[in-house]
Each structure stands twice: as structure tokens, then as C-alpha cells.
Design a protein around this ligand. Structure first.
Ligand SMILES: *Cc1c(COP(=O)(O)O)cnc(C)c1O
Length: 356
């Protein structure tokens, strides 16, 4: 493995003192990880350097053609002061799936994970300690060739930045209001929906903005062809509890395969529950809501872990789920996942990795 060069800052920043005001994604730590790719040379020069602006040509290809992929993960501090990552190998594997889709040269997954562990270790004093807080980790790769012309880049940068983030639910899990989007679509099969790439989020902004104007938190996407089948919610995968079946849309190329989704499925199955990955139409959900079989709905993702859905609006139909309160399964799943992540429950699945 390549040696990671360390250049520590001489001007460490003041760390936030009030951990109840961290918010999400606007404070960054003292250092970042960087390495470069140049054709003929491969990925090289891995280094941890002071966090700061990077220099790019205004012609850098990522700025024009969106050849950019990313990941999102967290480091958690346990009550005993240990630092845990949650299934980082899954994030690195997914990064390479995104890379493959966007013609970005693959990274060495084990090395990238080691780079993240090294960075988190350097920044360990930045990991907040208050209940529910964590260090959000954002690995990303951008094409930097100074060239206005559409072709796969020959020069790229891989970076990792970190941000201390607040508790997502300081007052307990609060169900969200979701707007079912029937006009705009996020991705289509054959497109890039399964990749964590910048362009998918650019495609989502318009609908998200309109949903927010109507006082909805996020958008529930329908399939891009028939506007019939459910895809996912904003930056979360989605589950519905209908009767005794827990249903989540099958991965068919237009949905992001979430690590939280995958983990939720494993946990629910370990409880002996019936979990089905299959196409599910918004009509089926609406019918189930009408005849009282829709018990719960929730989103899954690294940021919020589990986000119960209390209210769903599809054209003229408003569905209030579980009286707008968090359901039993959503709560139990949240407690179990966060219990493993923050080291409060035994990690029987072997999902956590300790950073020394
Ligand atoms: C990141 C992301 C998710 C959730 O993935 P996790 O690995 O669980 O954090 C779901 N949908 C989209 C569109 C995403 O970008």
C-alpha cells in the first residue's frame, strides 16, 4: 500500500463549543485527504493536508460535464470514547460502482478505507460527543482535465472532507411530510440513478424546491417511464409496511442502493419479518392507505438513519400514516441501527470498524 503523507496544520481552527448548534454540513475539520490520478501513473500522491480551497482550471471537466461521484458516511463516538465507522467497505464498494458508471478509474477500496480511517484518526478531536452527533465524512472524486470537450477524464482528484454534524432528531423522531412528484423524474433505468453522482442531485433540485414551497420536506420519486412505481425519497430509500409485509422498491438501476437500506433489510429479516424487494406502485400504497392496511412508511439513509413518513401527498390524495406518529417498526429499527452505530448494542452483524 502507498504511504500517506501527513502535513498537519499550524493553525488549528476553533472547534464548535455548542454541539446543539452543529447543524449539517457547514463546518469542516482542520484537514482533508487528497490523491491524484493521472493517466499512465494511476492514483498517486496520497496525502492529508490542511483543509482549504483547491485550485482548478475554469475548464476543469467536472465543472462542465458533471463527471463527479461521491459517498456519504459517518464516524460515531461511543460512550466509552471509541470511534466507529459503519460498514465503510460498503461505501468504498459503491464508490467503485459509481466510478464504473462514470468512466472514472477505480480506486483501491481497502486503501481508500485506510485513508478515511487515517483522516478520521487525525481529526478525532473533531468528533462531537453529544447524544446523536457524529462526524460526517464526504469522499468524492472529480475530473480535473482542463478541457472543454466531452470525453472521460485522464486526470482526476479523490478528496475526503469531514464535517461535525448535529443530532438529526434532537427532540425524538419526528415524522416528515412527503410530496409524491408526478411531473419531474430523478433517473431512468439505463441512466445513472444507481450511482452517487452529482448530476442526479442537480436533476432533483427543481422538484425539491417546489415541494418545500408547499411545506413538504422531501419528494417521493416515481419511475421515469410510467410515473407509476415508487423509487425513493430525496436522499433516502423508502419502505412501506402494508399488512404484515414490509416492502421496499427493488433495485433495478434507477435507485441508489443505500447501505442503510441493505442493513435495514438484514435487521428486519433477522427479526423474522417478511421483507420484500419488489416493484410497488403508488396506487398500491394509496389503496392500502384507504383500506387501513398501510401501517408505516419510512425512509432510510446515513444522515437521518430512519425517517418516519407521517403524511404523503399524491396528486389529490392525502395519506396520513399511523396518525402522523412514528410506527413501532420504524422506532425499533432506528433504535437498533443507531444502537449498533453508537456502540450501545452488541454488533452481532460485524458491521462496525473501530478507528484507533
Ligand atoms: C446516499 C443516498 C441514499 C442513502 O444511502 P445510504 O448509503 O443509506 O446513506 C439514498 N438515496 C440517494 C439518492 C442517495 O444519494
Amino acid at each position: 500500500m502507498q504511504e500517506i503523507r501527513l502535513e498537519l496544520t499550524k493553525n488549528p481552527k476553533q472547534k464548535p463549543t455548542d454541539e446543539s448548534k452543529l447543524g449539517f454540513g457547514s463546518i469542516f475539520t482542520d484537514h482533508m485527504f487528497l490523491m491524484n490520478y493521472d493517466e499512465g501513473q494511476g492514483w498517486h500522491d496520497p496525502r492529508i493536508v490542511p483543509f482549504g480551497d483547491i485550485c482548478l482550471s475554469p475548464a476543469a471537466m467536472c465543472l462542465h460535464y458533471g463527471q463527479a461521484v461521491f459517498e456519504g458516511m459517518k464516524a460515531y463516538r461511543t460512550a466509552e470514547g471509541k470511534i466507529l465507522l459503519f460498514r465503510p467497505d460498503r461505501n468504498m464498494a459503491r464508490l467503485n460502482v459509481s466510478n464504473e458508471r462514470l468512466c472514472i478509474p477505480k480506486i483501491d477500496e481497502a486503501f481508500a478505507q485506510k485513508a478515511i480511517e487515517t483522516l478520521v484518526s487525525v481529526e478525532k478531536d473533531w468528533i462531537p460527543t453529544a447524544e446523536g452527533t457524529s462526524l460526517y465524512i464526504r469522499p468524492f472524486i472529480i475530473a480535473v482535465d482542463p478541457h472543454v470537450g466531452v470525453h472521460p477524464a485522464k486526470h482526476l482528484m479523490f478528496l475526503v472532507i469531514c464535517s461535525p454534524v448535529g443530532a438529526y432528531y434532537p427532540e425524538g423522531l419526528d415524522p416528515v411530510k412527503i410530496y409524491v412528484e408526478s411531473q419531474y423524474v430523478r433517473a431512468v433505468r439505463g441512466g445513472m440513478g444507481y450511482a452517487k453522482t452529482a448530476g442526479n442531485y442537480a436533476a432533483s433540485l427543481k422538484a425539491q424546491d417546489e415541494a418545500e414551497k408547499q411545506d413538504y420536506t422531501q419528494v417521493l420519486w416515481l419511475d421515469g417511464v410510467e410515473r407509476k412505481y415508487i423509487e425513493e425519497v430525496g436522499t433516502m430509500n423508502v419502505f412501506f409496511v402494508i399488512g404484515d409485509e414490509i416492502i421496499t422498491p427493488a433495485l433495478q438501476g434507477s435507485i441508489l442502493p443505500g447501505v442503510t437500506r441493505m442493513s435495514a433489510i438484514d435487521i428486519l429479516k433477522s427479526w423474522g419479518m417478511k421483507v420484500t424487494e419488489r416493484p410497488i406502485s403508488i396506487q398500491e400504497v394509496s389503496d392500502a392507505a384507504k383500506d387501513g392496511r398501510l401501517k408505516e412508511a419510512f425512509g432510510t439513509g446515513t444522515a437521518a438513519v430512519i425517517s418516519p413518513i407521517g403524511h404523503l401527498k399524491w396528486e389529490d390524495h392525502v395519506m396520513v400514516i399511523n396518525n402522523g406518529k412514528i410506527g413501532e417498526i420504524s422506532q425499533r429499527l432506528y433504535d437498533t441501527l443507531t444502537g449498533i452505530q453508537w456502540g450501545k448494542l452488541p454488533d452481532t452483524m460485524g458491521w462496525t470498524v473501530e478507528v484507533k
